[in-house]
Ligand binder design. Structure first.
Ligand SMILES: [Cu+2]
Length: 316
């Protein structure tokens, strides 16, 4: 079962399971892979490691998201992008299918065939964008410019056609040259101010249990009740676990909002954090036709009981 199977619908609200897929996959992710991601997050001047040939590499059965460039025979190509900050150009990549040829047909999910998340490995510089497909070559592209140097994770979130409703999230890292100012020890933050809106996150995270979390949007202290549907939901949440940047992109469950419908100021969701530790959260929401992204840093605390989540990854 993947993370989607664990989601709890909350009316028109958001549901999220932090890293649920990672729990299921934890047993088969080689430690050295996790170490490599951790090392990259800590040291952006790493040398590109070998591509991991050998019998012990690439456990293809793992359903984890965002820690591998391949899954179920689908491979994210090398990502071509400007090599230094402030240089403008294009970001280009291809997905190849199990037969090795470029994938040119996709299922639409949340109004797009491809959701691309780009974030620096310290959790900053987050972007959620939708590139264009050239159906004749399978090449995805969009105009691109990096604002800052660093090591970035690129997550391609898509569903091939005729492959059930499996959404895949493949990832790669890209190094961007220029003067680097890494952000370390980001403080915990349950409040963000973005484009004149204040967004507050209420609720605590305890590892191994389901947690109620509520996001509230206000402007000048007044509740905002004009949240608009964006890509088929009132909010979209991405959660990344600090340390391995395990990825989860979650859209609203339950009834899809109809055009013209509005909501707010609260968005509630359920969150399962598989381990104690820090999680980066990014909430996309739309007001007056503009999309805003609020960012949070949340600490999941160790539960008081003996954790059983790792022993029973799917929670049955
Ligand atoms: Cu998207």
């Amino acid at each position: 079962m993947n993370a989607a199977g664990r989601l709890i619908a909350y009316g028109a609200a958001l549901a999220v399971t932090f890293g649920g897929a990672f729990v299921a996959a934890g047993a088969v992710v080689p430690d050295r892979v996790v170490e490599r991601w951790s090392a990259q997050a800590a040291d952006t001047s790493h040398d590109d490691p070998d591509h991991g040939g050998g019998a012990d590499a690439q456990p293809e059965t793992a359903p984890q998201k965002g820690v591998s460039m391949s899954s179920q025979g689908y491979v994210l190509s090398e990502v071509s992008a400007p090599q230094s900050a402030a240089e403008s150009g294009e970001l280009v990549y291809t997905i190849t299918g199990p037969d090795g040829s470029p994938l040119t047909e996709y299922q639409e999910a949340h109004e797009k065939e491809m959701h691309l998340i780009v974030v620096r490995t310290d959790g900053t510089q987050y972007r959620h964008v939708h590139p264009e497909l050239d159906p004749s070559t399978g090449s995805w592209s969009l105009p691109w410019q990096w604002e800052e140097a660093g090591t970035y994770k690129i997550y391609a979130d898509f569903a091939p056609t005729g492959d059930g409703e499996d959404t895949l999230t493949l990832s790669r890292t890209v190094d961007v040259a220029s003067e680097l100012t890494p952000v370390t020890d980001r403080p915990l933050s349950a409040k963000d101010e973005v484009d004149g809106f204040e967004v507050t996150l209420d609720g605590d995270l305890t590892a191994g249990t389901s947690n109620d979390l509520t996001l509230s949007v206000t402007q000048d202290g007044a509740p905002v009740t004009t949240l608009e549907p964006y890509l088929g939901a009132f909010g979209h949440l991405v959660a990344l676990r600090e340390g391995d940047m395990e990825y989860l992109h979650v859209h609203a469950e339950g009834e899809d909002p109809v055009p013209g419908e509005t909501s707010g100021p609260e968005i509630s969701f359920m969150a399962d954090a598989p381990t104690a530790g820090r999680y980066y959260l990014y909430l996309d929401f739309q007001i007056d036709g503009e999309v805003h992204t609020a960012q949070f840093v949340v600490q999941a605390e160790q539960g008081t009981e003996n954790e059983s989540a790792d022993a029973h990854p799917d929670g049955h």
